[in-house]
Design a protein around this ligand. Structure first.
Ligand code: ATP
Length: 576
């Protein structure tokens, strides 16, 4: 575990030094017990063993001081050198990962690493490592000291040790997958609780709440079942370990009794060694329980390792600068899983300052294409170019500077509206923010808010409506003033005011910029400079509204089959 932690941190964490400090405490504790033999012998001879008493006092002092100082350093190592340093490593690595890595499952995984896994590691240096090291070094010292009196007793005590080690490994082995399973099942249950809270209006309206919500009940049952199963599976090796500890003590005591009956052991020595034997097994009995804790720390390191192993987005050695804001797909193929392409042989060009509408049935690859432009993932074949430069030859900063994204389900920070817009350009003045707010038709929203610009938007922007959140997102994009805008038009039914405001705001956004829009509204599609119709991950047709209407294909079928197209939304409704 220590080696893995040091490897993950790429520098020594200080855990080895801590083990050394705790070992000094454990050995000195064992030596203090060892002085009992000469002390008792001297007392029975009627002398006061001052020298041994001094040794015992010194041993106790060394043990106490090293235990206190090492565990104090352990707190520091746990908080700063391990937990904090790993959090920083994870955060800085995550910042280099492709945006496509951040699925909602990964976000949950990341949050669980930062909150639970790394917190589990925090106590390892000060508590767990201390208990474990002392529980091993004290009995080890005691057994060596017993050997000075009679080696056969030490041998008897050591016979079951390999068995103890075997059961220790067995407990650790079974608890590994169980911890993983428990972590997954508990994360799922927490996710379901959140979903249950969010879905309240729908669940109540549909009467699904009678008898509880099945999915939540199932998740809670699975969580309980997983904990029960985990305890069950650890129970057998734990019981075997405990029985072996008792066997060790019994062997030691039988050996002492045998030797003292044969006269090989003085009665006083026999009594003290019996005490030693008890002292030998006492800490060992605790070690079994530490196996599960050690595995918990290993599981935490596994999750950290999984994130750190995710390959960073390769940055070009010599980044190139795009000539303009054009976007071009050149025979692009891409799939989320190897050998399962989601889009294939995609080729089209969006000239600078034009609007391209992407339409097509659900799952045809519209979102995937917009995200490939911002290099959420790298293509499997072909090339995505911005201003004539392959995005893989551009620095991530340059791609981010060139593109602004206005997607559905806009996430806002739990801060004021002003600060949420400012994110588009952190050094923007309030005046610049007010100007883009007017263009994004956000000013009317601000006027109606209780504290105007200083109104907090709640977690994720929950205090604003979907349409209002999208206006904030458009204002951000306007403030950023990137030459390329990737837009996913809202599919949700918007009220008249939001609909008109967003249409006007998008029109502002389109002025002088290259816009690639996943279009759901007829007005957007009609007004686009080119419409790219996708089907089954390929380009089915490209042209303007007038051109496509005159050709056979999905687009003209759509208009022919429906007489009143004005109120339709594209996307899911396009027939195959
Ligand atoms: N992160 C992902 N991991 C794996 N598969 C994905 C991922 N995102 C999308 N897909 C799959 O890729 C295919 C194309 O999805 P995409 O979201 O690009 O289509 P779309 O045309 O935008 O669909 P919609 O109109 O429903 O949003 C679908 O089969 C989808 O299930």
């Amino acid at each position: 575990m220590i080696g893995r932690t040091d490897a993950l941190l790429e520098e020594p964490s200080g855990l080895r030094q801590l083990v050394f400090g705790y070992a000094v405490a454990g050995v000195s504790q064992g030596l203090v017990f060892g002085t009992l033999i000469p002390i008792l012998r001297a007392l029975l001879d009627g002398t006061v063993p001052w020298n041994w008493l001094v040794v015992a006092a010194l041993g106790a002092a060394v043990s106490g001081i090293s235990l206190v100082t090492t565990s104090n350093v352990g707190y520091y190592v746990g908080i700063e050198a391990v937990t904090d340093a790993l959090m920083r490593r994870v955060s800085s690595h995550v910042a280099t990962l492709p945006l496509g890595w951040f699925t909602s499952a990964r976000a949950g995984q990341l949050s669980s690493i930062m909150s639970t896994s790394l917190q589990n590691l925090m106590n390892v240096p000060s508590v767990f490592l201390q208990q474990m090291t002392v529980a091993v070094t004290t009995p080890a010292t005691v057994v060596v000291l017993i050997a000075f009196v009679d080696w056969r007793i030490s041998a008897a005590l050591l016979i079951p040790v390999p068995l103890l080690y075997y059961y220790f490994r067995a407990i650790k082995k079974v608890s590994g997958p169980e911890h993983d399973r428990e972590e997954r099942v508990n994360a799922d249950a927490s996710e379901k609780v959140l979903e249950f809270a969010r879905l309240q209006p729908i669940l109540r309206a549909s009467g699904t709440l009678v008898g509880g919500w099945g999915e939540l009940n199932d998740a809670i049952d699975a969580s309980r079942e997983s904990t029960r199963r985990s305890l069950d599976r650890q129970n057998a090796p734990l019981a075997r370990y405990a029985a072996t500890v008792v066997l060790t003590l019994a062997l030691g005591l039988v050996c002492v009794a045998y030797l003292s009956m044969g006269g090989a052991l003085q009665p006083t020595d026999a009594v003290v060694i019996m005490l030693f034997a008890v002292r030998f097994v006492e800490p060992l009995s605790l070690v079994g329980a530490y196996a599960s804790g050690l595995q918990l720390a290993d599981t935490a390191l596994d999750s950290v390792e999984a994130v750190l192993d995710a390959p960073a987005l390769p940055e070009p050695a010599h980044p190139r600068t795009p000539a303009d804001g054009s976007v071009e797909f050149d025979h692009v193929a891409f799939g989320y899983a190897p050998d399962r392409p989601v889009v294939h042989d995609i080729s089209f060009r969006c000239a600078p300052g034009t609007v391209t509408a992407l339409i097509g049935p659900s799952g045809s690859g519209k979102s995937t294409l917009t995200r490939l432009i911002a290099r959420f993932w790298d293509v499997d074949a072909g090339s995505v170019r911005i201003g004539g430069v392959d995005v893989r030859e551009m620095s991530t900063t340059s791609i981010m500077n060139m593109t602004a994204m206005v997607f559905q389900n806009v996430y806002l920070f739990d801060d004021t509206v002003l600060e949420n817009v400012r994110l588009g350009k952190p050094d923007a003045t309030d005046e610049q923010i007010h100007t883009v707010a007017r263009a994004a038709r956000l000013d009317s929203v601000i006027d109606a808010l209780p504290d105007g610009w200083d109104t907090r938007v709640g977690e994720g922007g929950s205090l604003l409506s979907g349409g209002q959140r999208q206006r904030v997102s458009i204002a951000r994009a306007l403030l950023k003033d990137a030459p390329i805008v990737l837009l996913d038009e809202a599919t949700a039914a918007l009220d008249g005011e939001n609909e008109a405001a967003i249409t006007a705001a998008v029109a502002e956004l389109a002025v002088g910029r290259t816009v690639i829009v996943i279009a759901h509204r007829l007005s957007t599609v009609r007004g686009a400079d080119q419409i790219v119709v996708l089907d089954g991950g390929g380009v089915e047709n490209i042209g303007t509204h007038d051109q496509l209407i005159g050709r056979n294909g999905i687009y003209s079928d759509f208009f022919r089959d429906r007489s009143d197209a004005a109120g339709w939304t594209f996307g899911q409704e396009i027939p195959r």
